[in-house]
Design a protein around this ligand. Structure first.
Ligand code: NAD
Length: 425
């Protein structure tokens, strides 16, 4: 059957969405009869584009463009973060929403996939402006979100405070306190212990499982991490705490390297003062474009998508790329890495720690009964390691990459749900 293309999507700037569609193409031959439903994966269920006008501190009114996309809700409410970044586009949010569908299914969470964002540089706003932006955006997407419908969380450029404002705005609009409408909240508002570092810790747990498969000892192994935000920082601490050497770190201000290892706690204190890793006195500056060719055993992109491409995939020295960011590797780079025998642990498993503990937070909010940090971390380790093993087994069975293995597991779950539910009406 011939299918209509998505007329609302601009022809240019489709990068991450194109990457996602290619990933779906790669999994389709492995879906058997479920391939009948595969078109479902290639189009978002619904898209909301909102104008977000706010009064700036100088009295002028500024308008920002915001989005909330539900990619798929066959298996449960939409779930996925909110991004504040100057490069946010509709096609990027669509891809990020779709990766959430795959991720939630790959790790067995009862969620669909969603994502939202505003094209804005949050660093250029005052705290008061950021709060007004968040509250207006939350009101605008209020028709979509809710604890049973769509549950946002932090992503690039948003944090616990932004989630607190979202929860408060939603609660004020419905007239009662609704902690389960967002996850990644501060602890006093129904947040979960262990959520802040969950994505970074999950990256570590998955890397440990993958390292075992390729006979790499994490103790003393050299790690480079691009991104020193929520995810990169927590991952750096987890590796450092378990005896690995974090030899290279990059953020938007620059890249640094020290073959003897960088102490992420010391660097965090420096970044709090200096605003970025550039100029850190206990490491050498290195050119940002050479970052992924630094000598290391494990390379971890933990910033933005599309950073490992055919230009730099040839130069990667690491034995393993662990995708802490969403969509950091283009399909062409994927092929090069696979040809070179470099293991890529895909984002949909590697960075799922955040949404796994978000799920625990949501469950705790419904029950109004809160777990210890140990319970959270034990369950995180179990769920993410099991998901890794399932993807690993599937990849071996089908003789495909770990990414395609994870997609086979996930797409099968999503499309089984689709087939069982049938088409409405
Ligand atoms: P963040 O805003 O806290 O940090 C982003 C980091 O990336 C910052 O250190 C920033 O300086 C750096 N960065 C930005 N542009 C860069 C560039 N051009 N070169 C080098 N570094 C650059 O965001 P985050 O929450 O840590 O998210 C990072 C990635 O992890 C994103 O892909 C996000 O989608 C993904 N992710 C986040 C979570 C979560 O729980 N926060 C969960 C799953 C996946």
């Amino acid at each position: 059957m011939k299918h209509e293309s998505l007329s609302y999507l601009p022809k240019e700037n489709q990068g991450p969405w194109k990457t996602y569609l290619e990933q779906v193409e790669r999994v389709t031959p492995h879906l058997g009869k479920l391939a009948y439903w595969v078109e479902t994966l290639k189009r978002p269920k619904r898209i909301l584009i909102v104008d977000v006008p706010i009064r700036m501190d100088d009295g002028t009114v500024a308008h920002f463009e915001g989005y909330r996309v539900h990619h798929n809700t066959s298996r449960g409410p939409a779930k996925g973060g909110i991004r504040y970044h100057p490069a946010v586009t509709l096609s990027e949010v669509m891809a990020l929403a779709a990766w959430m569908t795959i991720k939630n299914a790959a790790v067995g969470l009862p969620y669909g996939g969603g994502k939202g964002g505003i094209r804005v540089d949050p660093a250029k706003l005052s705290v008061a402006e950021l709060e007004r932006l968040t509250r207006r955006y939350t009101s605008e997407i209020g028709v979509l979100i809710g604890p049973q419908r769509d549950v946002p969380a932090p992503d690039v450029g948003t944090n616990q405070q932004v989630m607190a404002w979202m929860m408060d705005t939603f609660s004020m609009n419905v007239g009662s306190t609704v902690p389960g409408v967002v996850t990644g909240k501060p602890i006093p508002l129904g947040g979960s212990l262990g959520r802040r570092d969950a994505t970074g810790n999950g990256v570590f747990f998955v890397t440990a499982a993958a390292a075992k498969k390729i006979g790499l000892d994490l103790e003393g192994s050299r790690v480079i991490i691009q991104g020193f935000g929520n995810v990169g920082n927590a991952a750096a601490r987890a590796f450092h705490d378990h005896g690995s050497l974090v030899v290279g770190i990059a953020d938007v201000t620059g890249a640094i390297y020290n073959e003897k290892g960088i102490d992420p706690y010391d660097l965090t204190a420096y970044v709090a003062e200096a605003g970025g890793v550039r100029g850190y006195p206990k490491a050498e500056p290195v050119p940002a474009q050479e970052f992924f060719s630094l000598p290391a055993d494990i390379a971890i992109p933990a910033a933005l998508e599309g950073v490992i491409t055919e230009q730099n995939a040839w130069k990667i020295k690491a034995k393993m790329v662990v995708e802490a960011a969403n969509g950091p590797t283009t399909p062409a780079a994927d092929d090069i890495l696979s040809e070179r025998g470099i293991l890529v642990v895909p984002d949909v498993i590697a960075n799922a720690g955040g949404v796994i503990v978000s799920y625990f937070e949501w469950v705790q909010d419904f029950n109004s009964y809160f777990w210890t940090e140990e319970e959270v971390n034990d369950n995180l380790r179990r769920v993410i390691t099991e998901a890794f093993e399932a993807a690993w087994q599937k990849a071996a069975e089908r003789k495909v990459t770990l990414r395609t293995g994870a997609y086979v597991v996930a797409a099968t779950r999503v499309l089984e749900a689709r087939a069982l539910r049938g088409l409405y009406p």
